[in-house]
Ligand binder design. Structure first.
Ligand code: FES
Ligand code: FES
Length: 155
């Protein structure tokens, strides 16, 4: 039985070794903020952090997670929604339907942890998540806002 560390908690998961991490997170642990979109690592809806690295959980079998690796989902990004990326997302009303947004936020948080002041080219290169509602412009604006660490410019 694989043991995973998710959002700081060790959990024993009753799944086959080749079960995708996404389904362990959603169905075994009950953390449904992480979404299923494509199942083939193409859309990013299932993005979580594995040791801080944005990872598409639909394409990673639980057996690929080494003992001690730390998985963080959208539910564990901050205790109260106060991560700078979450605050920037709220300030700019980024989501439309919301389905892709947990993955977007996790990808953005990993990007900013690695590159606190990313260039537009770096944002473009790193943010490959798909949004069917077309929130891309607001996603980029919110990443820049979070990178600036400030309030949105008004007017
Ligand atoms: S559901 Fe994992 S990348 Fe689309
Ligand atoms: S907000 Fe609807 S898919 Fe992105």
């Amino acid at each position: 039985m694989p043991r995973l560390n998710i959002n700081g908690r060790d959990v024993d998961i009753a799944v086959e070794d080749d079960t995708p991490l996404l389904w362990a997170i959603r169905e075994q642990v009950g953390l449904t903020g992480t979404k299923y979109g494509c199942g083939v690592a193409a859309c990013g809806a299932c993005t979580v952090h594995v040791d801080g690295v944005a990872t598409r959980a639909c394409a990673v079998p639980v057996s690929a997670i080494a003992p001690g690796q730390k998985i963080v989902t959208i539910e564990g990004l901050s205790p109260d929604g106060s991560h700078p990326v979450q605050k920037a997302w709220a300030a700019l009303d980024v989501p439309q339907c919301g389905y892709c947004q947990a993955g977007m936020i996790m990808a953005a948080a990993a990007l900013l942890a690695a590159k606190p002041k990313p260039t537009e080219d770096e944002i473009h290169a790193e943010m490959t998540n798909i949004c069917r509602c077309g929130t891309y412009n607001r996603v980029r604006a919110a990443i820049n806002l979070a990178a600036e660490g400030g309030e949105p410019r008004r007017g």
